[in-house]
Every structure is written in structure tokens, then in C-alpha cells.
Design a protein around this ligand. Structure first.
Ligand code: GLU
Length: 330
């Protein structure tokens, strides 16, 4: 929670599914700069919910890489803080509490459909994230019965019931945004049938409890933001301000992926690159500095003001360079 009113609280929330690549580092750097330029608190949160995809060595390497670059944080898995633990894999009880609240409010319902059922529902149109949920189990809600099929043999997923209305917000960099969830996404999963909590619910509960005021993250997550805003609302929390920053592509124009292992800090270090060279290159690549020259995080901070940071990033983001693919592709 803020130590004083109006304090900026931001976070970087990596999923430990591989080594950080340059694109991840740039997002981390921008999230850190936004907070430090506002004299705020910076949180590092490990989004290790999707346990089958988590790589055991990844968390330690992420922390080490960020420290090596010169970033620091006030709360995190390695230093604790008022909202410990900072690993999502250890916060299931907290998410469960908020899922119960959504159930009590009539906003969450059990769904026995498999992915294949959703795909096969002949009338299901496709939104930006794939096939729209056709409402099969939602339609049983009024009757208070579970679909007979699957009642015994399968555990349900839990879905959030969306309304047919436009969700509008203003991104600090991309400007006004709007999405109709009923039309584009449908009732979305907040707890999976394998009992894992879904990213959408966990991220909202954590950002709310950790008092996050500003979310700086990659623009691939723009497509998740309306879902998160309705969850904040349904849980009675105020949504943070969002800054979706451009994603970094490799020389062939393809988006960098953690699983590739290319452009990892370890690899760059092995090539003899220093932290200031990487920081200067990243800051230059997104238009924060005019010349590509080695700089420490501190130098960068001392040479910028928050309005300059915002204006330069906005300038770089103008024209909307976001990719609207869903969370799943990360
Ligand atoms: N854990 C997500 C990722 O690594 C980021 C989530 C967020 O910033 O909201 O892609």
C-alpha cells in the first residue's frame, strides 16, 4: 500500500519461463524508470503461476540479470515486503478468497467445457484471443443446474461473466482504448480446470493488494487490459493507470521469445557487452536518448524528467505499434 497518498507504485512482473531477453529488459527498464522518476516504490513480482511452464533456474537468473543491469526494487521475492510472498505460486489462498467473492456476487460460474468443446461450438465466432466462449455453461446458471455431462467426471474451470458493454480507458502512451468483452472475448477463465488460477485474476488481485498505481508493460498485454479493468471493478478496487510500451523485434522483424534463448543477458555478457552498453542501447532504441552511448541506470535517471520520459515514449509509440495477440503467446 502507498506509504503516502499519491505515491506512485509500479512493478515488473516477469514469468520465469526462460531467460530474460533484450525486449524483457527494455520493458523492465521502462517500468523502473517510470517509478523512480516519480520517486515511487518499485515491486518485483514473479508470475510463476503456470507451473508446468516455469523453469526452475529462471527466477534466479532473472533476479541476477536485473541486478547486474543496475535495477533495484523495494519489494520482491528476494527482499520481501508488506505483501509477501511475491511469488504468485505461493498466493493461491489469496486468489481463492477473491474467487469466492466473485462467486458470491454472481460474477463467476463453473464451466465444464473443454477447449475442444468451445472450438467445436459451431456458432462460436473468433475474437482477438481465439474462439469466443459460446456461453454453454453460463446459460445453465439461471436454472442453478450444472450441465449433466461432465458433472461427475470433470473438474470445472471458473469463468468471469462479462457484460455486453464497452470498457474504455486511456493508455498513457497509446491514448483512448475501448473493448467490448462480450463481443471480443466472452466470459473468460479465471481459474483453470487443472485448479491453477489464471493470469487475469492473479494479476488484478496482486496489483490491487500491492497498491500498484501504474502498470508499465509490453503492448502485447493491451488486449488483456479491459478484462483486468472489469475484474478490478467487480472486486471493488480502482484500476491502475496503464502504459503499454512497444515490443522489441529481432533483426528479421520477429518478436523476441524467452524460449529462444537468443539475446539473453548471459549471451550478451559472453560477447563482452557491459551493463551500461546494454542500458544505453535500450534507452536509445526506444527514443529516450539521442545517441547510443553507454549509460548506467542512474545516469539515465539523472538525465530525464518524468514529463520528458512520457513525451519521448509517446513520440516513439505514436501510430500504435502494439500487437494485440493474447497472453498465451508469451
Ligand atoms: N507475467 C507477464 C509476462 O511475463 C506480465 C504480466 C503483466 O505485466 O501484467 O508476460
Amino acid at each position: 500500500m502507498p506509504l503516502h497518498e499519491n505515491q506512485t507504485i509500479g512493478r515488473y512482473a516477469p514469468s520465469p519461463t526462460g531467460y530474460l531477453h533484450l525486449g524483457n529488459l527494455r520493458t523492465a527498464l521502462l517500468a523502473w524508470l517510470q517509478v523512480r522518476l516519480a520517486s515511487g516504490r518499485f515491486i518485483l513480482r514473479m508470475e510463476d503461476l503456470d507451473t508446468p511452464r516455469v523453469r526452475p533456474e529462471s527466477e534466479a537468473s532473472i533476479l541476477a540479470d536485473l541486478h547486474w543491469l543496475g535495477l533495484d526494487w523495494d519489494e520482491g521475492p528476494d527482499c520481501g515486503g508488506p505483501q509477501s510472498p511475491y511469488n504468485q505460486s505461493r498466493r493461491a489462498e489469496i486468489y481463492d478468497y477473491y474467487l469466492q467473492r466473485l462467486r458470491e456476487a454472481g460474477r463467476a460460474f463453473p464451466c465444464f467445457c473443454s477447449r475442444k468443446d468451445v472450438l467445436l461450438a459451431s456458432s462460436a465466432p473468433h475474437g482477438p484471443d481465439g474462439p469466443l466462449y459460446p456461453g454453454t455453461c453460463r446459460n445453465h446458471l439461471g436454472l442453478a443446474v450444472m450441465p449433466a455431462r461432465g458433472r461427475d467426471e470433470r473438474r470445472p474451470a471458473w469463468r468471469f461473466l462479462v457484460n455486453d458493454r464497452d470498457v474504455s480507458f486511456t493508455d498513457q502512451l497509446l491514448g483512448p482504448q475501448s473493448q467490448n468483452l462480450a463481443r471480443d472475448v466472452g466470459d473468460f477463465v479465471i481459474r483453470r480446470a487443472d485448479d491453477l488460477f489464471a493470469y487475469q485474476l492473479a494479476v488484478v488481485v496482486d496489483d490491487a493488494l500491492m497498491g500498484v498505481t501504474d502498470v508499465v508493460r509490453g503492448s502485447d498485454l493491451l488486449a488483456s487490459t479491459a478484462r483486468q479493468i472489469v475484474l478490478f471493478d467487480a472486486l471493488g478496487f480502482a484500476a491502475p493507470t496503464y502504459w503499454h510500451v512497444p515490443l522489441m523485434c529481432d533483426a528479421s522483424g520477429a518478436r523476441m521469445a524467452k524460449r529462444d534463448g537468443t539475446f539473453s543477458v548471459a549471451q550478451l555478457r559472453a560477447q563482452g557487452q557491459t551493463a551500461p552498453q546494454i542500458i544505453g542501447g535500450l534507452a536509445h532504441s526506444v527514443g529516450l536518448i539521442d545517441r547510443n552511448e553507454p549509460l548506467t541506470c542512474r545516469d539515465l535517471l539523472d538525465g530525464l524528467t518524468l514529463p520528458e520520459f512520457t513525451a519521448r515514449l509517446k513520440n516513439r509509440t505514436k501510430g500504435g505499434s502494439h500487437e494485440s495477440s493474447g497472453k498465451e503467446s508469451r
